[in-house]
Ligand binder design. Structure first.
Ligand code: GLN
Length: 305
């Protein structure tokens, strides 16, 4: 397929909408991002993993909660179904950092993509590896071939200084007996994983194992077909938080967003996508990125439905 025309139209659809969003500033180091920046990349697994892009698809940004997909995959790869005893798979219908919901649910997070759920996943990855964030970084380097992928110390330190809500979530989890490692250790690795800096190009490559039904870039198996399918299912119901319904309605793909403005999305058996635009809607999802994915699925007719 010649993607050039489609990608040009996708960029055109995304351009005008960014001004209706707002760059995240609750982590002060993220506030410096250009609200008008935009990138989009597609990794076509039916064509040897060829990556095509438009706009600033090779610019680096903070991956933030997009990291939660990869830590989940690494834990499922090691543990199989055992994780689902500790974390749910239901839509949250609440903001990604809700304390009230976690308390109501006796410390069992609704899904692995709200912050509480991701803290539990990171806790497990830490137990399994002794270095959760380092293991994640090495996985992302291996999948993309980009050995410059690294943490942004400034972003991680900024989140640690201002992340009172995540600290509260971690303490609440610990109070319910849901963490194995010390709160400090879990928060350290969580903020580091969120601070990883990547591009649309490398995130599309890194997410391709979900389009390949669990196969890594080197063709070894990371996940069973059924585990990969389940990650996609949880992305559909929880990857864009309390607007997952609206997102499924508009875009119709499993996706995971981050407050750095990135969104990855998957069309199983066909391609993985990544888009970036730092201006966010009220739920923490990129405004331009959502419009771009909406345009992409409309133009191509590709959907999981
Ligand atoms: N590091 C961010 C936080 O925990 C990630 C949130 C997000 O991207 N939705 O608040």
């Amino acid at each position: 397929m010649d993607y050039r025309t489609v990608l040009a139209e996708v960029a055109e659809a995304a351009g005008p909408v960014a001004s209706s969003g707002k760059v995240a500033d609750y982590i002060p180091a993220l506030a410096r991002a250009d609200p008008g920046a935009f990138g989009f990349a597609l990794c076509d697994i039916t064509d040897g993993g060829r990556v095509e892009g438009v706009g600033e698809w090779q610019a680096r940004f903070s991956i933030q909660s997009v990291s939660k997909v990869f830590t989940l995959a690494l834990v499922l790869a090691a543990d199989g179904d055992a994780l689902w005893q500790r974390v749910g798979k239901e839509p949250s219908g609440s903001p990604f950092n809700s304390l009230a919901q976690l308390e109501r649910d006796q410390g069992v997070p609704r899904n692995p993509f709200v912050n509480a759920g991701a803290l539990v996943v990171t806790d497990r990855l830490q137990t399994l590896t002794g270095d959760a964030s380092g293991t994640l970084r090495d996985f992302l380097r291996a999948e993309t071939g980009d050995h410059t992928i690294d943490f942004d110390r400034h972003v991680a330190a900024s989140e640690r200084r201002h992340g009172h809500r995540n600290a509260a979530l971690a303490h609440l989890l610990a109070d319910h007996g849901r963490l194995v490692n010390p709160v400090r250790t879990v928060l350290h690795h969580y903020t580091r994983q969120c601070s990883l800096t990547m591009t649309c190009q490398t995130l599309a490559l890194a997410a391709a194992f979900l389009a390949r039904h669990g196969l890594r870039a080197d063709t070894t198996r990371l996940l069973t077909r059924s585990e990969a399918k389940r990650i996609n299912a949880v992305m559909l119901v929880g990857g864009t938080y309390d607007s997952a319904g609206e997102f499924a309605h508009r875009v119709g793909l499993p996706a995971k967003s981050g407050v750095g403005g990135g969104i990855i999305a998957v069309i199983p058996g066909r391609c993985s996508l990544c888009t970036w635009g730092p201006a966010l809607d009220g739920h923490g999802n990129s405004v331009a990125g959502t419009a771009a994915l909406d345009a992409f699925t409309t133009l191509t007719g590709w959907s999981v439905f």
